[in-house]
Write a protein that binds this ligand. Structure first.
Ligand code: 13P
Length: 279
């Protein structure tokens, strides 16, 4: 058993689809329906990974409606950290929980790049998610120039440490595991078709687990934290990715927009469940 692993720590295998700024309400309904139908036919009776669909805010209600009675969970792509107030255009955590949204992506690289998200705002949002009973999927990852300059590990370390600053083990611990998810998404691999090779993705996900262990040593949190890989995940890469020790699932963009592309990824997650006892 590796460092930070305990026999009773459990972490989920998670296949999450980040639909980004795609799909109208009716298109989102149709996509959800085909995913739910595909699960019922192609994966009938199988143990499934946690499946999380993250549509645009406008489509949350319809997607929540369509997943009723299915194993799929729903996540938002962002949120404000405040509960309410004069913040035009923003969405507050209680608005999400009132709808029964369970997950929220925090600090996706596109929010960091295009919408001024910083490690500090990520930290405030992770805290707010935990305070409201939402599971944050905290996204980290280096830019191409940072990787080329040999700074990838330092960037990821800084993002993880700053994102979790001031958050106690008690705030995260849940059923012997953790109610926080971390997604490693190297920015150069997002939407480029150029995915990070599995051994390297596993190494960085292992580094993230080691950093979480440094922050919460003496607890089951590092062994119980699901760490996902994201960046050009597709049917042809998922099996190898799901065989890596530290990659507990995938955060998928492009290949989550069609049921025929997304269902094979869920199957990949289901295979991991069979081969890893902690999954
Ligand atoms: P792609 O799968 O399209 O590379 O996007 C990854 C991503 O950003 C998921 O959050």
């Amino acid at each position: 058993m590796g460092k930070g692993q305990s026999s009773d720590a459990k972490r989920k295998t998670i296949i999450a689809g980040n639909w980004k700024m795609n799909k109208t309400v009716s298109e989102a309904a149709a996509l959800t329906k085909s995913i739910v139908e595909g699960l019922a036919t192609e994966l009938k009776g199988e143990a499934l990974p946690e499946i999380v669909l993250c549509p645009a805010f406008l489509c949350l209600a319809e997607v929540l409606n369509q997943v009723k009675g299915s194993p799929c969970k729903v996540g938002a792509q962002n949120m404000d950290y405040r509960d309410s107030g004069a913040f035009t255009g923003e969405i507050a955590p209680p608005m999400l929980t009132a709808m029964h949204v369970q997950y929220v992506l925090i600090g996706h690289s596109e929010r960091r790049q295009f919408f001024g998200e910083t490690n500090e705002s990520v930290n405030l949002k992770v805290k707010a998610a935990l305070a409201h009973g939402l599971t944050p999927v905290m996204c980290v990852g280096e830019l191409l120039e940072q990787r080329e300059a040999g700074q990838a590990d330092d960037v990821v370390r800084e993002q993880v440490v700053a994102g979790l600053a001031g958050i106690t083990a008690e705030q995260i611990a849940q059923d012997g595991g953790a109610r926080i998810v971390i997604a490693y998404e190297p920015v150069w691999a997002i939407g480029t078709g150029k995915n990070c090779e599995s051994p390297e993705a596993n190494r960085v996900c292992g580094l993230i687990r080691a950093i979480v262990e440094e922050l919460y040593s003496g607890t089951n949190i590092s062994a119980g934290t699901s760490i996902l890989y994201g960046g050009s995940v597709k049917a042809s890469t998922i099996d190898e990715q799901m065989q890596q020790e530290h990659i507990d699932g995938a955060l998928v963009g492009g290949a989550s927009l069609k049921a025929e592309d997304f269902l094979p990824l869920i199957k990949g997650g289901a295979k991991r469940l069979k081969s890893f006892s902690h999954a």
